[in-house]
Design a protein around this ligand. Structure first.
Ligand code: CMP
Length: 227
């Protein structure tokens, strides 16, 4: 178990490149936390207890309006982390995080995380790099919400999903664990009915195949050529 955790940390966005001894010290600070599909890991505005590293599964980061409308800001998968912002700015959680698939995570408490940041400048650098990347993605999402029509936004959604969480099969197809149509709708600012209609159209054109829990996407959809 400990070896698996060390392997995960060694491949994670935040701790890659540290020595085995350093990874062992971080592994000792990790508490396993398991979540079922659709389980809320924490809610926006809650006080922060720690940072989470994802071992398996996928989580969605979302904000909701008082009317219950949800916007999904990002989805994160194995090796990625979340829950750093409230630790860094000493404010409540900036968003709600929900397990989109059954997910195994490790939690590092605030005090241990603070110590890690102080003793390892390389972790701080990786953290800044990832925060920049997420800001770029957030900018791109804002841009696509304002400048693209819904077909373009769906194509952009699939491109991002495949790049971040997809598996290239090498035969012109990419495999991804399928999000619900509602989650896709909440990521691109449209209704579930519109997503269902557009995906049915892509299926009829042979660009998307749904099988069990998986979706298979033709690579040309990912280049925006399926529009
Ligand atoms: P925190 O504010 O502690 O809790 C919510 C977490 O969601 C936040 O830390 C980040 O880890 C993550 N998060 C918030 N906004 C975004 C975003 N735009 N892209 C990716 N992750 C985010």
């Amino acid at each position: 178990m400990q070896a698996t955790l060390k392997d995960l940390l060694a491949r994670s966005d935040l701790f890659a490149g540290l020595t085995p001894t350093e990874l062992e010290a971080i592994a000792r600070a990790c508490e396993p936390r398991e979540f079922e599909r659709d389980e809320t890991i924490f809610a926006m505005l809650e006080p922060a207890d720690g940072l989470y590293v994802i071992a398996s599964g996928r989580v969605k980061v979302c904000v909701s309006s008082s009317g219950g409308k949800e916007l999904i800001l990002a989805t994160l998968g194995p090796g990625q982390f979340f829950g750093e912002m409230a630790l860094l700015d000493d404010a409540p959680r900036s968003a709600t995080v929900v397990a989109q698939l059954p997910s195994s995570t490790y939690r590092i408490r605030r005090q241990d995380f603070d110590q890690l940041l102080e003793s390892h400048p390389s972790i701080a650098r990786k953290l800044l790099r990832e925060l920049s990347l997420r800001l770029r993605r957030a900018n791109a999402q804002m841009e696509s919400l304002v400048t693209l029509d819904v077909v373009g936004r769906l194509a952009r959604f699939f491109i991002d999903l495949a790049r971040q969480h997809g598996q290239l099969l090498g035969n012109g197809w990419v495999a991804v664990r399928r999000p619900t149509h509602q989650d896709i709708a909440n990521s691109i600012g449209t209704s579930r009915e519109t997503v269902t209609r557009l995906i049915n159209d892509l299926e009829q054109r042979g660009l998307v195949v749904n099988e069990g829990k998986m979706s298979y996407l033709r690579e040309e959809v990912l280049r925006g050529e399926g529009e």
